[in-house]
Design a protein around this ligand. Sequence first.
Ligand SMILES: Nc1ncnc2c1ncn2[C@@H]1O[C@H](COP(=O)(O)OP(=O)(O)OP(=O)(O)O)[C@@H](O)[C@H]1O
Length: 248
Amino acid sequence: MSALVLKDVTKRFGAAEIIRGVNLDIPAGERHAIIGPNGAGKSTLFNLISGAFPPSSGEILVNGKPAGGVSPFQINRNGLSRSFQVTNIFHNMSVYENVRCATLWSLGHRYVFWRFIGGMRDVADRTEEILDLIGLSAVRDTQAGLLSYADQRALEIGVTIAGGAKVILLDEPTAGMSHHETERAMALIRKVTEGRTLVIVEHDMSVVFGLADRISVLVYGQIIASGTPDEIRADKKVKEAYLGEEAA
Ligand SMILES: Nc1ncnc2c1ncn2[C@@H]1O[C@H](COP(=O)(O)OP(=O)(O)OP(=O)(O)O)[C@@H](O)[C@H]1O
């Protein structure tokens, strides 16, 4: 079963066609990286998939359900969750509260008063589980804004997966990290996406080639190649357009 399908998707901003006929079929459980030079349209593609704006034409299916032009809220209910390039957490809330907040909604507690939340066992259990998974149990009471940058990104990943979405979109999750932090983030991403579908936009090729089952290369709004890391490494078009000889 396909987790994510794009059929001949285009996106125009005024006269400029930024996404120019993209086809993608990502099976459930695959870790898929989208790479390409600056300005190729990777963020735009993410915004289309997550419903930030509608495609100009073409079709997008998330878990078999139409996503093109559907609200981000509905797409999220259909099982897709995304992180953002800039960290997307509540800085004044504790680590625990951030995860709990993301967990609440997914467990069906949509209209509650905050004072009642403390007593919800399912929410508390799930929150603990996520904290443990992202390795932040020890700093659960720390205000999120005071965490190190790498821990904030880990928290953001926790918030992204807390809702239980099966399709996870991560936008440059290791941007700005040291080598050591990147290694840690990769291990975390591998762990939290176990049994889920991952679509990742990432500039760090060690992350891309270390994490992805398949890679698609977007150049000037078109996918010029899709394949396994080995296939992409060996692809002549990709070398010319993007990776260069040093990655071969
Ligand atoms: N809302 C918009 N209106 C007009 N043009 C836009 C809009 N959003 C993006 N663009 C243009 O679309 C092109 C692709 O941008 P996008 O951010 O998707 O590329 P990218 O591959 O994510 O780049 P980077 O790797 O630098 O993040 C750029 O030329 C950008 O200026």
